[in-house]
Design a protein around this ligand. Structure first.
Ligand SMILES: *[C@@H]1O[C@H](CO)[C@@H](O)[C@H](O)[C@H]1NC(C)=O
Length: 262
C-alpha cells in the first residue's frame, strides 16, 4: 500500500512539471513524525517517539528513550524527550541535562543551541556551554526576552526563524553565539505556519497548518528575511520538513519520508 502511495506521489510531481521539484520515497521507516538534517546527517523521530538516524542503507534506533524532537547540526546532536527534558548525544548515548523544560531544541546555529520552552519562550544556550557539555549537569538557557515561540530554528550565518503560538513567523537576523544576544527581530507576514526550518546554507522552508510546504524566496544580503513564500507542491499533507546539502527531507502526515531535490 505504501509503495503504491509513493508511486502516486512521484506521478504527482511529474504532473506538476512546472514545479521543478523531484521527490522520491527515502529508505522506509515506519511512522516517521519529525525529521532534521544537518551536516550530512539525518535524524528522525517516529510516532512512537523513538529517535533514529540514517547510516548507509539502514535506520538505526539511537536509544530506547522517547523523544519529541531531535536535531543535528554544528552544535552536535540534541533532543527533547517526551517529558521535555533536554539531552545531548555524547559518546554514543543521550546524556540528560538539567535546566528548563523544552518542547523543542535546534542544533543548527553557529554552535549555539536554541529552543522553545514548554511555555513557548524562545531560549538559547551559548556556544561554549553547548559545545562543552559532556558530563551530567545544569545548563543555563538564556531567554530571548519578548520573543515567544513554539518552534525555533537557526542557521550558522543566516539568522534564525521561529513560529509563535498564533502560527506567525518571526525572523531574527542575528543571535550572537557567545552571548545569545539577538538583533533585528521582525515578524514575517502572511504565514499561518506550524514549523519553519532554516538550513545551514540559509535556505528556509515551512509547513502551514493545512500541511502545505513553502519556501521563503527573495532572501538577499539587504533583505535577509526574504520577500515571499512560494509553495512547494506536494501531493500529500506534510507534517515536517528539513533542508540540508541540496535535499529537502519531508515527512508526510501518513508517516512516509520523502527526499526532494529542486
Ligand atoms: C541590523 O540591521 C541594520 C540595518 O539593516 C544593519 O546595519 C545591522 O548590521 C544589523 N545588525 C545585525 C547584528 O545583523
Amino acid at each position: 500500500m505504501k509503495a503504491v502511495t509513493a508511486f502516486l506521489l512521484v506521478l504527482g510531481y511529474l504532473a506538476l512539471s512546472d514545479a521543478a521539484w523531484n521527490c522520491q520515497e527515502a529508505l522506509r521507516l515506519s511512522s516517521a513524525a519529525q525529521i532534521d538534517a544537518g551536516h550530512g546527517r539525518v535524524v528522525v523521530t517516529t510516532t512512537s517517539r523513538y529517535p533514529y538516524t540514517l547510516i548507509g542503507n539502514s535506520w538505526y534506533r539511537l536509544t530506547t528513550l522517547r523523544f519529541k524532537h531531535v536535531s543535528v547540526g554544528p552544535a552536535g546532536l540534541w533532543g527533547s524527550d517526551t517529558s521535555n527534558r533536554v539531552y545531548k548525544y555524547v559518546a554514543g548515548n543521550f546524556l540528560q541535562t538539567r535546566g528548563p523544560s523544552m518542547q523543542q531544541v535546534d542544533a543548527g546555529g553557529d554552535d549555539q543551541v536554541v529552543g522553545a520552552t514548554t511555555s513557548s519562550y524562545a531560549s538559547c544556550l551559548i556556544s561554549s556551554s553547548a559545545l562543552a557539555y559532556s558530563r551530567l549537569g545544569y545548563l543555563r538557557w538564556r531567554l530571548n526576552t519578548g520573543l515567544r515561540l513554539r518552534y525555533y530554528s537557526c542557521s550558522p550565518a543566516d539568522g534564525c526563524w521561529g513560529v509563535d503560538n498564533r502560527y506567525r513567523v518571526h525572523f531574527v537576523e542575528s543571535v550572537a553565539p557567545s552571548t545569545c544576544t539577538t538583533a533585528n527581530r521582525s515578524t514575517v507576514t502572511g504565514s499561518n505556519m506550524k514549523m519553519v526550518e532554516v538550513g545551514t546554507d540559509g535556505k528556509v522552508f515551512a509547513v502551514n497548518r493545512l500541511g502545505n510546504v513553502y519556501q521563503r524566496l527573495g532572501i538577499t544580503n539587504r533583505r535577509r528575511q526574504g520577500t515571499r513564500w512560494v509553495q512547494v507542491p506536494m501531493c500529500m499533507r506534510i507534517r515536517h520538513v528539513s533542508w540540508d546539502l541540496g535535499k529537502l527531507w519531508v515527512v508526510t502526515n501518513s508517516g512516509l519520508i520523502m527526499k526532494c531535490t529542486p
